[in-house]
Design a protein around this ligand. Structure first.
Ligand SMILES: [Zn+2]
Length: 340
């Protein structure tokens, strides 16, 4: 079965590659598709000819030899059959779930660029994943549980779009966060505000721990109340830090807020973010002032989770204003909405 492969732009100027004839170079790229994910293919010239150059009059065996001479492929036999191996194949082709179809003798393993101690070392996540992971202090954006940027672990990070691509969210760093797998799959294609409205942080933490199998061995949200309280405290502390937005606060002792009420405190980035998400609200500062006053009269736990509650309230207001504007427009009047 042939496979899709990617072509690194550096290939065209690779010093071995440029030594080949044009046919040999094209043949090499064709061979990639015939390899298994270790870079091993059957050394069967006629079969390769029919697969890669079905309509050309071409001496395929000569070009295979040519590729061998310039050191881009190597033939070998194993279990009584002839195979070819592509130099450094495994360094450049990284399928998500690699499949080995053909044998790979030890002496060929390094030729195809198989990692020395492959398997033992955890596979690293992406550079972007690491960046987000560091920005968030190694915690999931939604449940504030620890995550690792190594892949293929129960606690590994996934990159989530706060506003899903399907809803017009951008593939930009501002719209991307590191989240744990349980949160990410729970969130699915929901926008952040809806997700936060639907699930309290406590539920997310419980869900997360259950999926990781680390804390509650006995099933759904089954932790003792004491545990729940501890979690509460932890989550709240983390949320407060999140709400206060760590770095700015630490750097300038809290002087750097774009909005600072008694409960609600936002740095410029979060303030801008909320203002553009809820752009139907004409005066965000005034709205926040009103909400801050209201929050001041609420019980402790409600106040402490303000960072997760306020967006929901802003969103309701935003939606009301939008539908009011639509109704107004239908009635023939005009109402201007501030543009994000
Ligand atoms: Zn999470």
């Amino acid at each position: 079965m042939s496979r899709i492969r990617s072509v690194h732009p550096g290939l065209w100027t690779d010093e071995r590659f440029v030594c080949g004839s044009m046919q040999a170079r094209l043949l090499l790229i064709g061979i990639w598709g015939e390899c298994d994910d270790q870079g091993v293919f059957e050394w069967a010239p006629l079969k390769l000819k029919m697969r890669i150059f079905p309509a050309d009059n071409i001496a395929i065996a000569d070009h295979l030899n040519e590729l061998g001479q310039i050191g881009l492929i190597q033939s070998f036999s194993a279990d009584g059959r002839n195979y070819g191996a592509v130099r450094n194949f495994m360094k450049w082709q990284r399928p998500k779930s690699p499949q080995a179809v053909h044998p790979l003798p030890d002496e060929i393993a390094s030729y195809v660029g198989k990692p020395e101690d492959g398997g033992d070392k955890p596979e690293r996540g992406t550079a972007l994943g690491k960046l987000l992971w560091e920005q968030q202090g190694g915690l999931c954006f939604y449940c504030s549980e620890e995550i690792t940027y190594y892949r293929k672990k129960a606690t590994s990070l996934e990159i989530d779009h706060r506003k899903p691509l399907a809803l017009g969210g951008e593939d930009s760093v501002a719209n991307l966060v590191a989240a744990c797998k349980p949160c990410n799959s729970l969130k699915g294609a929901l926008p952040e505000a809806v997700f936060r409205e639907r699930f309290a942080v406590n539920d997310l933490v419980a869900n997360c721990r259950e999926k990781r199998g680390s804390h509650s061995a006995n099933g759904k949200f089954a932790d003792s109340e004491r545990d729940a309280k501890t979690r509460d405290g932890e989550a709240t502390k983390q949320m407060e830090e999140e709400g206060g937005r760590r770095k700015d606060e630490k750097k300038d002792g809290g002087a750097n807020y774009a909005f600072a009420g008694r409960t609600i405190r936002l740095n410029q980035a979060d303030f801008n973010n909320w203002r553009s998400r809820f752009h139907a609200i004409p005066d965000m500062a005034a709205e926040l002032t009103a909400l801050d006053a209201w929050l001041g009269k609420q019980p402790d736990d409600k106040r402490k989770s303000w960072f997760h509650q306020v967006p929901g309230m802003l969103n309701r207001k935003h939606q009301e204003l939008l539908s009011a504007a639509k109704a107004e427009a239908r009635a023939g009047g005009e109402m201007e909405l501030p543009i994000a």
